[in-house]
Write a protein that binds this ligand. Structure first.
Ligand SMILES: Nc1ncnc2c1ncn2[C@@H]1O[C@H](COP(=O)(O)OP(=O)(O)OP(=O)(O)O)[C@@H](O)[C@H]1O
Ligand SMILES: [Mg+2]
Length: 396
């Protein structure tokens, strides 16, 4: 995915709004290098106007050697011949104006084309997004959200989606989807260094052709043997195979959840209308801030948003300082659908809760997720077109 470097949040917001949903932002060249150190699959870097030209050209020089298939785009408020010639000498592939939407999109498209040309069609697979569904509280609707979000994203198979049950001790994704997994994450224990696409495929369980599930271990004791490194390897491998990897989590910042959050492109945080949950969700947001996780890529889901319990949506936003991305109504049909093993987006696509889950899918992935023109074979529009109504939150 694209990475933006700039210390000004306003510049980051402007550029993020033009770029694909998974775009990451860092505030310095050092942080960029640390980020790229673990991610040789980032295909384009935007150096914002607050990165001094000398630093920008030094970075271009360096990345040309260390990551030759990654395009560097220099973004300036003003472009003159001196900047152009310095950029060219340093090996930047594009120089664009901060405000030139068309040029930014064209630069992303050129970067993707070059990436595929240099790394082969498999090189384009990096565009898969990891979406982690998290809440510090149990029973608030994480699994319900994960399952329905994954199904909404898959659109009956138009998108390749994998749902990972990272609630490693008490995961219930499989049962929620009436699946009887023959294999689980447990079989990957110890395979941190061998795990590849072929191996991970053997561990997946297919749900109605449209969705693959990586099920949690059958017994809780396996959790402690699943290392953060294994989680990282699994998610990175899945990201190469799927358009979306949705991760359901346990209600705590355990090491596996933290690793998933660290790898995630988009983070969905689930809250409900009760004060203890909101208190914990606020602490969770602060923790995500401290760890710089999914900054600008967080989506607050308020589940059971219409419960009459003396708190309303506006109060929740005031308490958390975060806008609600999607409210999900309480409905007996949601629970009944789960109990019947046929989640609400499949059981009743017109239900208000199903519409809400589709809204969430659009919010995390961009408008084209529900585009009827999307081809059935899982191909995606160019990333640069995959923006839309993704909400960028600024916490106050
Ligand atoms: N909007 C809703 N309306 C009615 N019932 C709901 C709704 N959302 C979730 N539920 C029900 O609430 C229960 C808990 O939901 P779910 O299992 O998704 O929560 P969870 O956060 O994953 O829990 P855990 O922390 O135990 O994993 C389930 O029985 C589910 O069917
Ligand atoms: Mg759950």
């Amino acid at each position: 995915m694209p990475v933006i470097v700039d210390r000004d949040p306003q510049v980051i917001a402007t550029l993020s709004a033009m770029l694909p949903p998974g775009t990451h932002a860092v505030d310095s060249a050092d942080r960029l290098l640390a980020w790229l150190n673990n991610r040789s699959d980032e295909y384009v870097v935007f150096l914002g106007p607050n990165v001094p030209m000398d630093e920008a050209t030094a970075l271009c020089d360096q990345l040309r050697i260390t990551q030759p298939s990654t395009t560097v785009v220099i973004v300036r408020d003003v472009v003159d011949t001196e900047i152009l010639s310095k950029a060219m000498q340093a090996g930047a592939r594009d120089v664009v104006l901060t405000t030139d939407h068309g040029a930014v999109i064209a630069a992303v498209n050129r970067a993707q084309t070059l990436w595929v040309a240099l790394r082969g069609p498999g090189g384009a697979a990096h565009v898969g997004q990891i979406i982690t569904v998290f809440s510090p509280k149990g029973g608030v609707g994480k699994t319900t959200t994960s399952v329905n979000l994954a199904l909404a994203l898959s659109q009956g198979g138009a998108r390749k989606v994998c749902l990972v049950d990272l609630d490693l001790a008490f995961g219930d994704v499989a049962i929620t989807m009436q699946l009887v997994p023959a294999h689980t994450i447990e079989e990957a224990i110890g395979a941190e260094d061998q795990l590849d696409e072929a191996m991970i495929e053997t561990l997946l369980t297919r749900h109605e052709d449209s969705l693959m599930v990586l099920a949690a271990p059958a017994l809780p004791d396996a959790r402690d043997r699943i290392t953060a490194r294994l989680v990282s390897k699994m998610l990175r491998t899945l990201k190469q195979q799927f358009d979306f990897v949705v991760v359901d989590t346990a209600p705590s910042f355990d090491e596996q959840t933290l690793q998933a959050l660290d790898e995630t492109d988009e983070c969905v945080i689930v809250a409900t209308l009760d004060v203890p949950t909101l208190k914990n969700v606020k602490v969770a947001f602060e923790t995500l801030d401290l760890l710089s996780i999914a900054v600008d890529h967080r989506h607050l889901v308020l589940n059971r948003a219409d419960d009459a319990v003396g708190l309303d949506n506006a109060k929740v936003e005031a308490i958390l300082g975060v806008a609600i991305s999607v409210p999900i109504p309480t409905a007996v049909e949601v629970a009944a659908a789960t109990n019947a093993g046929r989640p609400i987006v499949l059981a009743n696509a017109d239900h208000a809760a199903s519409r809400a889950f589709r809204d969430l899918a659009r919010a995390v992935a961009g408008d084209d997720v529900l585009d009827p023109e999307t081809s059935r074979n899982g191909t995606k529009k160019p990333d640069a077109e995959r923006r839309g109504n993704r909400k960028i939150f600024r916490r106050g």
